[in-house]
Design a protein around this ligand. Sequence first.
Ligand code: PA5
Length: 444
Amino acid sequence: MSVKLIDRYLSEFISEHEYQNIQPQVSAAHHLLRSKSGVGNDFLGWVTLPEDYDKEEFARIKSAAEQIRKSCDIFIAIGIGGSYLGARAVIEFLKSPNYNNIKKDTPDIYFAGCDISAASISELLEICEGKDICINVISKSGTTTEPAVAFRVFREMLEKKYGKEEAKNRIFVTTDREKGTLKNFADKVGYQTFVVPDDVGGRFSVLTAVGLLPIAVAGIDIDMLMRGARDAQIKYCDEKTENNDAYKYAAIRNILYRKGKTTEILVGYESYSRMMNEWWKQLFGESEGKDGRGIFPASVIFSTDLHSLGQYIQQGMRNLFETVVSVGNSGAVFTVPDDPDNIDGLNFLSGVELDKIKKIAMQGTLLAHVDGGVPNILIELEDRSAYSLGYFIYFMELACAVSGYMLGVNPFNQPGVEAYKKNMFALLGKPGYEDIREQLQKRL
Ligand code: PA5
């Protein structure tokens, strides 16, 4: 098993009978999900996706990735939220947070359209000077302002550089199968397109073309990623929490939430986990935070954040719990060098592997935080491989859906995100929003 949930550090916070008491609610959520009778049931495509994905498109993703790798120095993935976080998280986790600076035979990858920043767009245009470029614009709705603006900028850059015909071969579009501004535009101009399936929402879409094309461009084995997710899909079918760690995680979260633990901190011990934490925050935050409910998802990277947020976690408000993700074999080995003079007094660590020191730091922190009143869930990932990460992604998606149903919300919509978009469109003067513009302006 590539993902293991350890509940040993929860014994002071959750009693055995509480797991039994919550089982009927887990079973109810399980049945809603599996019978597709719960709210948001038209967005359940991700449940069987690891087995049922479009094989023809998967092959097209691989060949487009190969074409991109051969024809550019820089690949720009344009998207926001679920249309970029998964790809970036997987690339940083499996390759490196310094991916663009490591030795490699794949293009540098930049992400654009995930903010509104003159500084970052100008900087990226400058970085692109004199380089060969391909872009992949990713937007399910095809109307999100941030990526739409970035797409216009980089499309214009490509057309100026290569001419319209050649630019066409360097622009890849991932969007709805048949509708939306972006789809219409892509068909009209003749860009190669990939599909965000109707029944898969943005934050559940990393294992579709949304995530897979950029991930494949980075040279990551997407077959192994899907295989890990598929094995997790097979593994996590049983409704009983004692046989299903994904459901057990959902149950634990709900038990703790009802005891006032309203903030969950996802803890990583490697900087390559930082963007995976961001992906997880979107997955749970957007799925559960509604109707005045939901656990607030936060994240840290230790040891770094032990010297900033560590104090709060140890002794601040006791509404926290932590979920620690520990990655087994990372593939790198490094030992502390010996110094015969021992001026720094560190020779008690000479020859000790950094992974061992990290593990002990983790154990010490876990116990300290538990002593400080912070329940700790431990999730062990077998290794830093595409297979294990695919497994982990599916684990989290499933846990999130079941946890959301247990909370009593629709885990698959995001009405709160639409609220800001509507106001922004109105204030920017987009046609069709005239009626609310005036009211909003009065309040500013
Ligand atoms: O999870 C979601 O649905 C959102 O985060 C979307 O991914 C995000 O808002 C981007 O939307 P779109 O892909 O339509 O541009």
